[in-house]
Design a protein around this ligand. Sequence first.
Ligand code: NAP
Length: 239
Amino acid sequence: MSSGDPVALEGRVALVTGASRGIGAAVARSLHAAGVKLGLASRGGDDLGLEGVVARECDVRDRGQVDAAVRATVEAHGALDILVANAGMGAYGPFAELDPDTADDIVAVNLVGTMNAARAAIPHLTEQGGDLVTVASVAGLRGLPGEAAYCASKFGQVGFTRALDQELREQGVRCTAICPGGVATDFAMGAGRTPDMPELQTMMSPQDVADVVVFALTRPRGLRIMDVAMRPMSEPSAG
Ligand code: NAP
């Protein structure tokens, strides 16, 4: 017996947080190309120039703004099948030297922001038998020096996704944590990364991650992908 036919994305509805740049923008563009109706959330409210999308200014730390972005997406497109909780930030350096407000923000955006988006989306996802995808990190699977606050937020995000998998599976919702290593984006730019750092040349592209998100979403409904770890060949798996 097979696990079913691949899922067709055409006509489904997705909300992507942190959609204005980097991985979120690549995910949004890939879903749009596959015929998905989109809600896009970021603090800037960028619509990426895509036709028919609902773009909302939304700081994921603010429950009211997240609720409004979910509501606007459902009102415009009639349902919500997919949440891609991607909005995130990071900063590198020894924890004791990290600005405390920055440390708090990393947890608030990456972990609490993911919880806010999930809370607003879950009633709709259970109605549809949908998908909840979190863009976590390899920093959610192993402790990394210089990334303590970021690891705390990403371990939290992975644990949250794994727990939701157990809560929501019987309601037909699939929960997937995507855990990339280095991706060449604006991430941590000026906070540990610089535009001219050579490592950027060999990192993965945002599209590499978007392709995996689409792969997970299009698997037959009879199976689910719970965690994906992916790293560029230039990064050792132990680091
Ligand atoms: P990026 O290029 O800096 O993009 C971050 C996105 O998140 C932007 O769209 C930004 O838009 C949005 N954002 C930031 N703070 C927000 C907030 N408070 N509320 C709503 N949106 C917010 O970074 P990226 O690399 O694409 O990162 C996306 C995700 O991948 C993050 O969760 C990150 O932790 C994860 N990740 C990145 C890497 C990497 O090496 N790049 C590796 C593993 C995992 P606005 O500024 O307009 O709000």
